[in-house]
Design a protein around this ligand. Structure first.
Ligand code: ACO
Ligand code: ACO
Length: 150
C-alpha cells in the first residue's frame, strides 16, 4: 500500500469521503479548497484524507476515511501519521482535526497519533446538518476540536 497525492485530473473517491461526512455539499467544498491524498493498493483505493489550509501556518484534516472492508487494520493510523508528516514538510506549524462528540474510536485514534483536545464547537452538527445524525447510540451534536504543534 502507498499513500499518494491525488492529481488534479483524478476523481476523488466520493463514496469514501461521504463515509466521513454525510454532506455532499461540504465534501465538495473541502475537495475544491483542499488537497486529497489516497492510500492505494494497485488500482484499489483503501483510504483517503483531505488537508485544508485554514489560517496562516495552520492546516486541518477535514476528512479521513478507510474502506469499510479494511477498517481496523491500521490504515487510518497510517493516513493520520502521513497527514502530520505532510503538513510538517509543507512548513505548517499546527495541524487540526475535529470530530463528533459520539466518535469514540476516532477520538482514540487521533489522540494516539498525538492530537490533544483544544475546545468544543457546541451545536456544530445541529447548525450545519439538516438531519439529525446518530452514532454509538448517541446524537452527534458537538464537534470536539483537537490540534498538535508540528
Ligand atoms: N477505544 C480505544 N481505542 C480505539 C477505539 C476505542 N473505542 N476505537 C478505535 N481505537 C483505536 C484502535 O485501537 C487503533 O489504535 P491501535 O493501532 O493503537 O490499536 C486506532 O484507534 C484505529 O486505528 P486504524 O485501524 O488505523 O483505524 P481505521 O483504519 O479503521 O481508520 C477511521 C479509522 C478512518 C476513523 C475509519 O474507521 C473510518 O473510515 N470510519 C468512517 C469514517 C469516519 O468516521 N471518519 C472520520 C470522521 S472525522 C473527520 O473526517 C475529520
Ligand atoms: N462505546 C459506546 N458506548 C459505550 C462504550 C463505548 N466504547 N463504553 C461504554 N459504553 C456505554 C454502554 O454501551 C452503556 O450504554 P447503553 O446502556 O446505552 O448500552 C454505558 O456506556 C455503560 O453503562 P453501564 O453498564 O451502566 O456502566 P457500568 O455499570 O460499567 O458503570 C462506570 C460505568 C461507573 C464508569 C464503571 O465502568 C466503573 O466503575 N469504572 C471504573 C471507575 C470509573 O472510571 N469511574 C468514573 C470516573 S469519572 C468520575 O468518577 C466522575
Amino acid at each position: 500500500m502507498e499513500i499518494v497525492k491525488l492529481a488534479s485530473h483524478e476523481q476523488p473517491p466520493m463514496d469514501l469521503l461521504l463515509l466521513a461526512d454525510p454532506s455532499p455539499r461540504l465534501v465538495e467544498e473541502y475537495i475544491e479548497r483542499g488537497q486529497c491524498y489516497v492510500a492505494q493498493a494497485g488500482k484499489f483505493i483503501l483510504g483517503v484524507y483531505v488537508l485544508l489550509p485554514t489560517r496562516p501556518d495552520t492546516v486541518e484534516i477535514v476528512n479521513i476515511a478507510v474502506d469499510e472492508r479494511h477498517q481496523g487494520q491500521g490504515i487510518g493510523k497510517k493516513l493520520v501519521n502521513h497527514a502530520i508528516e505532510t503538513a510538517r514538510q509543507l512548513g505548517y506549524k499546527t495541524i487540526e482535526i475535529g470530530t463528533g462528540n459520539s466518535s469514540i474510536g476516532q477520538l482514540a485514534l487521533y489522540q494516539k497519533c498525538g492530537f490533544r483536545m483544544t475546545w468544543i464547537d457546541r451545536d456544530f452538527f445541529i447548525r450545519h446538518y439538516e438531519e439529525p445524525i446518530y452514532e454509538n447510540g448517541m446524537q452527534v451534536i458537538d464537534m470536539v476540536r483537537l490540534s498538535q504543534d508540528l
